[in-house]
Ligand binder design. Structure first.
Ligand code: FES
Ligand code: FES
Length: 154
C-alpha cells in the first residue's frame, strides 16, 4: 500500500512501487485531466507538479513520489493566472495537450526570481502540441506573466 498526497488530499493505493504515477492518477484516483500521449517523457502532456516542480508523470514511479506533494491540473485553482490567461487567449484547440502545458507554465511562473515571458517561452521547446497551438501558447504565457505581475502588486 502506498500513501500519496495529491492536491492536498491523502490517498492510499494498492499498487507496486514501480507503477508510473500517471496510471495511478488516472486509473486509481480518477484524476483524468493528466493525459497519456507519448509515454516516454517527450511531449509533456502528462506533466504534474512534484513539490512544486514540473515532472512528467509517465516516467516517474509512485515509489519515487512517496511523501512528496503532488499537484495535478485538477488541483490548480481556476483563479490561477495561467488558467485565466488560457481562457482569455483561447489557447487550446482540441485541448488534449493543454493540462500538461498549463502545469509546465505554472511551475515556471512560480520560480523565484520571477522569470520573464521570454525566459518561460525558451523553456517550452520540449512540449508537443499536435494541433500546433504554439503561437497561442506563447500569447497565453505573455498574458499569464502580466496577470501574475498584477496580482503581486495588489
Ligand atoms: S505522455 Fe508523458 S511526456 Fe508524453
Ligand atoms: S491543443 Fe490539441 S494537441 Fe494541443
Amino acid at each position: 500500500m502506498i500513501s500519496l498526497n495529491v492536491n492536498g488530499k491523502k490517498y492510499k493505493v494498492d499498487v507496486p512501487d514501480d507503477v508510473m504515477l500517471l496510471w495511478v492518477l488516472r486509473d486509481h484516483l480518477k484524476l483524468t485531466g493528466t493525459k497519456y500521449s507519448c509515454g516516454i517523457g517527450e511531449c509533456g502532456s502528462c506533466t504534474v507538479h512534484i513539490n512544486g516542480k514540473a515532472e512528467r508523470s509517465c516516467t516517474i514511479s509512485v515509489g519515487q513520489v512517496k511523501g512528496k506533494k503532488i499537484t495535478t491540473i485538477e488541483g490548480l485553482p481556476d483563479s490561477h493566472p495561467v488558467k485565466k490567461a488560457w481562457v482569455q487567449e483561447q489557447v487550446p484547440q482540441c485541448g488534449y495537450c493543454q493540462p500538461g502545458v498549463i502545469m509546465q507554465v505554472a511551475a515556471l511562473i512560480s520560480q523565484k526570481p520571477a522569470p520573464t515571458a521570454d525566459q518561460i517561452i525558451s523553456k517550452m521547446d520540449d512540449v508537443i502540441c499536435r494541433c500546433g497551438t504554439y503561437l497561442r501558447i506563447k500569447k497565453g504565457i505573455q498574458t499569464a506573466v502580466q496577470l501574475t505581475r498584477r496580482e503581486v502588486k495588489k
